[in-house]
Design a protein around this ligand. Structure first.
Ligand code: 3PG
Length: 213
């Protein structure tokens, strides 16, 4: 199960980092993203009642086996428990937490903790993480990934923070297969232009596919 989710994350490529101010808005954004071909969504716990949104969306998309809804900004195990019970398929955080790692291992769900140093990555790997979130990735840049992947080729590094259509190629060239994208993907959501969110999602997916060929 865990391996299948990891494979799907790798196949889907882009993880949309979704921060919205209400459940309703989050649902509208998710519909727009899915219409544009984005299949992995990190619904963050900064969305009020994020667990309700996760529950609703997983129910709505039950027939879409390829849509992966995960939880983001999960800082501790109690929050991870709520996310998992609501149907989240993966857990993402800006930080590393050992209890959350243990809980995710128990349920065989991928835990993608935030890391900024090689030592943090090692700790996360020893706790069972196969993918880490390099956050905030714009601070370190793609060259960091390239250098870290030399000693740690077995680790999948998902950069998140400041990724856009123009710099996406640098991250992919550095060896990243999974990219976390928030602001640049969702800029039109702020003004409720959901068709434009779909168009942006299409542009990201098209570029991603081109770059991975
Ligand atoms: C986050 O956790 O907010 C992500 O890293 C998204 O960053 P971005 O909005 O700069 O893409």
């Amino acid at each position: 199960k865990k391996i299948e989710i990891l494979q799907a994350l790798e196949k889907n490529g882009i993880v949309a980092v979704l921060r919205a101010d209400s459940v309703e808005k989050a649902l509208d954004i998710i519909d727009a993203l899915i219409a544009g071909g984005i299949k992995s969504i990190e619904l963050t716990f900064t969305v009020p009642n994020a667990d309700v949104a996760i529950r609703k969306i997983t129910k709505q998309y039950t027939d879409h086996q390829d849509v992966l809804i995960g939880a983001g900004t999960v800082l501790d195990a109690p929050t991870a428990q709520i996310a998992l019970m609501s149907g989240a398929k993966f857990i993402v955080a800006p930080t590393f937490d050992a209890d959350t790692a243990a809980l995710c291992n128990l349920y065989q769900v991928p835990y993608i903790p935030g890391c900024m140093t090689v030592n943090e990555m090692k700790t996360a790997m020893q706790a069972g993480a196969e993918v880490i979130k390099l956050f905030p990735s714009n601070i370190v840049g793609p060259a960091f990934v390239k250098d870290v992947k030399a000693p740690l080729p077995q680790l999948e590094i998902m950069p998140s923070g400041g990724i856009n259509l123009d710099n996406m190629c640098d991250w992919i060239n550095a060896g990243c297969k999974i990219l976390g994208v928030g602001g640049s993907l969702l800029k039109h959501a702020e003004t409720n232009q959901f068709e434009k969110v779909t168009e942006t999602a299409q542009a990201f997916m098209q570029k991603y596919k081109q770059l991975r060929e």
